[in-house]
Ligand binder design. Structure first.
Ligand SMILES: Cc1cc2nc3c(=O)[nH]c(=O)nc-3n(C[C@H](O)[C@H](O)[C@H](O)COP(=O)(O)OP(=O)(O)OC[C@H]3O[C@@H](n4cnc5c(N)ncnc54)[C@H](O)[C@@H]3O)c2cc1C
Length: 486
């Protein structure tokens, strides 16, 4: 690996990036692409950069065999192929915005090293929320955020499950490990029924783990409409996940410093291990100490060019907020797709190009066993919280023409502004054709379409892929009827 002392390197214009994952690496790479002469340095406190966080559940389930397959680029390749300087195990502990330097803690230096910058991108991401409950620090209570977390969870399961291989076809080996074999089945409690909690239900059920899911709200998937969440909950039941809703965790107990019980207001649950998935908070402590303005959910407030309130300092990704293209207000919706885009915009602006990030619709997709779940824009609850007069309209369509075999139901709910008919949001659930269909509606939100506009879209049709009136169009026509327009 090419090394040089970044603190003493000769002064050419320098961009420092704090954080080496989605937002940070996008910022660094786009700046370097645009201004190859710029000195671009990435400081990352963990041993890894540039890995696919979103794929970690599929590594734990063993659909992805090797954690190294999650890594998009190593520090060495980022240096040789992209011309970046990458320092892992380098944690930025202070920013001096006036003196334009950061203080870095690294294993090879005692005390802090000062590194000057001309432009700075903060891409410190988010950290899992750890509620201050009794017993929260017991062993075998995991959170899932980093590659190290994923490796630790998988190692824990690997060491305690009996690998049954060579029992015939690959499929039969999978089936045995998939649903346990009656011998000392490992018991997990997952706390939190959001995207990560649900993905982990599937992931560890596939490893033969007995799963209990505890959710404080009256439904999984937070603010999504019940038309969607009911189907998700039925699927969890079918896959033998025990779901306890409106249940609040009060603490954890266990002998010899390891968890064995989860205490809740509805009783005690046995657990060999616990996965806490109760949400994330932006990692904005460093920014706050620097005098950088924070906004919604304590995320760093950025403008459309990803600038913070301090000159020459940008922020991007899960540590920053974003403009909602639906409400026109700043929101905190931490997603990988946003982190990549914001990172690119921050990097380009830091390198001198004027680039704008228009905002987010909050489009998200997830897989819960064989179900595809997707959303964009506002849900009913969110429209209510925004005091927008709305109505919701739900239909059931199918993923293929009636004449073509094996079509699957698709449930679509639209949230529509009452007076104007403007589409505010859409949610979908089904076993085929959901995940990518939502993107049409994300585009409709971007274009500020009314439900009437959506009904007129020229969408494609072929029997294996859609009905002649695509479910998107059927849903729009039904919503129009509700408005008295059909
Ligand atoms: C299990 C899981 C599944 C997900 N699935 C999806 C999905 O399907 N689709 C989707 O859109 N999103 C998904 N997400 C969310 C997505 O992963 C995040 O939005 C994305 O990783 C954010 O990228 P980021 O670069 O902003 O922050 P992070 O990924 O949090 O990276 C921040 C980096 O900064 C480093 N850092 C922090 N502070 C310092 C410091 N002081 N000095 C040096 N380094 C520092 C951290 O070590 C970290 O490596 C998922 C997340 C998880 C956990």
């Amino acid at each position: 690996m090419r090394t040089r002392d970044v603190a003493k390197a000769p002064r050419i214009e320098r961009l420092l990036v704090i954080g080496g994952l989605a937002a940070g690496m996008s910022a660094a790479s786009s700046a370097k692409r645009l201004r190859p002469e710029m000195d671009v340095i990435v400081l990352e406190k963990s041993p890894f950069i540039s890995y696919g966080t979103c794929s970690i559940p599929y590594y734990i389930s063993e659909e992805i065999k090797d954690y190294r397959d999650l890594i998009a680029i190593t520090p060495e390749k980022a240096e040789t192929e992209r011309g970046l300087v990458v320092r892992t195990r380098h944690e930025v502990i202070a920013i001096d915005p006036g003196g334009k330097e950061v203080v870095v803690r690294s294993p090879d230096k005692t005390g802090g090293t000062k590194i000057p910058f001309d432009k700075l991108v903060i891409a410190t991401g988010a950290v899992p929320i750890k509620p201050p409950l009794p017993g929260i620090d017991l062993k075998h209570i995991f959170a899932l955020r980093t590659l190290e977390d994923g490796v630790a969870i998988k190692k824990y399961i690997d060491e305690r499950t009996i690998q049954e291989t060579g029992a015939g076809s690959e499929e039969s080996a999978y089936a045995k490990s998939a649903y346990g074999n009656g011998r000392d089945q490992l018991k997990a409690v997952i706390v939190g029924g959001g995207y990560i909690g649900l993905e982990m239900c599937e992931s560890i059920r596939k490893r033969g783990v007995d799963v209990t899911l505890i959710e404080r709200m009256d439904r999984v998937l937070g603010t999504m409409d019940q038309s969607v969440t009911e189907i998700v909950e039925e699927t969890l039941k079918r896959e033998s996940v025990r779901l306890f809703k409106e249940t609040t965790v009060l603490g954890f107990e266990g002998p010899e410093g390891a968890v064995s019980k989860v205490l809740t207001d509805k009783g005690t649950f046995q657990a060999d291990f616990v996965i806490l998935a109760v949400g994330v908070r932006p990692e904005s402590t460093l920014a706050q100490k620097t005098g950088i303005a924070l906004g919604v959910n304590n995320a760093i407030t950025v403008d459309e060019q990803m600038r913070t309130n301090l000159p020459a300092i940008f922020a991007a990704g899960d540590c920053a907020d974003a403009l909602s293209i639906v409400t026109g207000k700043n929101v905190y919706i931490p997603l990988g797709t946003t982190a990549n885009k914001q990172g690119r915009v921050a990097g380009e602006n830091a390198a001198g190009r004027e680039t704008v990030f228009e905002g987010v619709a909050g489009t998200a997709q997830t897989k819960v066993f064989d179900l595809e779940v997707a959303r964009t824009g506002l849900t009913s609850l969110e429209a209510e919280r925004e005091n927008i007069p709305y109505f919701a309209s739900t239909i059931q369509g199918t993923s293929r023409a009636k004449s073509y075999p094996a079509g699957k139901p698709i449930i679509i709910t639209y949230v529509v502004e009452k007076d104007t008919g403007r589409l505010l949001g859409a949610q979908m659930v089904g076993r085929e054709g959901v995940a990518h269909r939502i993107d049409t509606l994300a585009t409709a939100l971007y274009a500020k379409m009314t439900i009437d506009d959506v009904a007129r879209l020229d969408l494609g049709y072929a029997p294996p892929f859609a009905t002649v009136w695509d479910p998107i169009l059927i849903a729009a026509n039904v919503a129009l009827k509700k408005m008295g327009k059909r």
